[in-house]
Design a protein around this ligand. Structure first.
Ligand code: NAP
Length: 313
């Protein structure tokens, strides 16, 4: 029997100021859940075991979405392997363990597609987890995420809990990170093309030849899946989250330039690496349960750009 959330249930969304956490809060409110508890990073540092234990003992949430994490692109990840491992392991172990100690009915853990082997066959199925070596640049982050999802599985196996995990592909949308050095590819391109437009730049040079295939999911579609899984899925195996649609980086840049209204040239610096030629999730498991990503890439980028403009300084 799956533990469905009743509308008065006390729901803790960890990381509610982040892109994923804020989208989960929006989705919960849309579906009529009002008893949502949150704490900002400055109010509750989730790496501090004592503080997390006290918070769970006093609040005793019925359900937990764990969307707090130390997140960053390749540069940030590879420059701070130790920090990424320590901070993420601490957040995960503290939150998952305190939820368990305080009889949380169900917890959903957010991971990432980087948990899968570097040379995974494509599209990546959930069962490929731990079948090969990880990508070195984000090995620490991936190991921390694998530990989090395995800890959920081991609690289920040892104590019969109902803790689940979801692994999204590249995300974008409202509240994304547009930091010039620490952002992911899609928000980084939005910023670069926007700046090129306002500076009347003749050209924008992108890395590689634009041929790699990637998959992007609008964050509100992920949030809908997260709430859906909380109400409809139980199991030890993780669930992939993706749009199921692939696009080359070249086509993506064309769409972004067009939406932003940048009319200069787009050049490709082929002396720079392309990265993995193809990275796409097999999302048939989520789709077989009845979920499907609704937002088209163009609509999603329009919404993300609107949000970017409202926050860009
Ligand atoms: N973004 C993507 O493309 C993507 C793709 C796949 C999976 N995911 C997964 O989705 C989850 C959320 O990612 P996101 O993109 O929403 O990241 P995000 O925007 O950086 O949000 C993470 C949130 O966690 C909070 N946090 C970090 N350390 C904390 C701590 N010690 N105590 C309390 N709060 C802390 C952050 O607060 P501060 O900012 O104040 O530190 C932030 O609000 C992660 O598990 C990530 O792996 C993201």
């Amino acid at each position: 029997m799956i533990n469905k959330m009743h509308k008065e249930a006390k729901i803790y969304v960890a990381g509610h100021n982040g892109m994923v956490g804020s989208a989960i809060v929006r989705e919960l409110r849309k579906q009529g859940y009002e008893n949502i508890i949150t704490r900002s990073h400055s109010e509750l540092d989730l790496t501090r075991q004592d503080s997390v234990e006290k918070f769970f003992e006093s609040e005793r949430p019925d359900y937990v979405f764990l969307a707090a994490a130390k997140v960053g692109g390749i540069g940030a990840n590879s420059a701070a392997l130790a920090d990424f491992m320590y901070l993420n392991m601490m957040i995960e172990m503290n939150v998952i363990h305190s939820a368990f100690e305080n009889n949380c009915r169900k917890l959903e853990f957010l991971g990432s597609s980087c948990i899968y082997p570097r040379m995974s066959p494509q599209p990546i199925k959930e069962e490929y987890l731990l079948t090969g070596s990880l990508e070195k640049t984000n090995e620490a982050y991936a190991l921390a995420k694998i530990s989090g999802l395995k800890y959920c599985e081991f609690l289920n196996r040892q104590y019969n809990t109902d803790y689940i995990s979801v692994m999204p592909c590249n995300l974008y949308g409202i509240n994304d990170n547009y930091h010039p050095e620490h952002s992911h590819v899609l928000p980084a391109l939005i910023r670069r093309f926007h700046e090129a437009k306002i500076n009347n730049s003749e050209s924008v040079t992108c890395w590689g030849d634009g041929s790699p295939l990637r998959e992007f999911l609008y964050v509100d579609d992920l949030a809908e899946l997260c709430v859906f899984l909380m109400n409809n899925y139980s199991g030890n195996e993780t669930v992939n989250a993706g749009s199921g649609r692939e696009i080359t980086i070249k086509d993506l840049t064309g769409i972004i330039a067009n939406i932003i209204g940048y009319e200069g040239k787009i050049l490709w610096d082929t002396s720079k690496p392309n990265g993995t030629p193809r990275k796409v999730m097999d999302v048939s498991k989520a789709e077989s349960m009845g979920w499907r990503a609704k937002t088209s890439l163009k609509d999603g980028i329009r919404l993300a750009y609107k949000d970017f403009l409202s926050r860009y300084k």
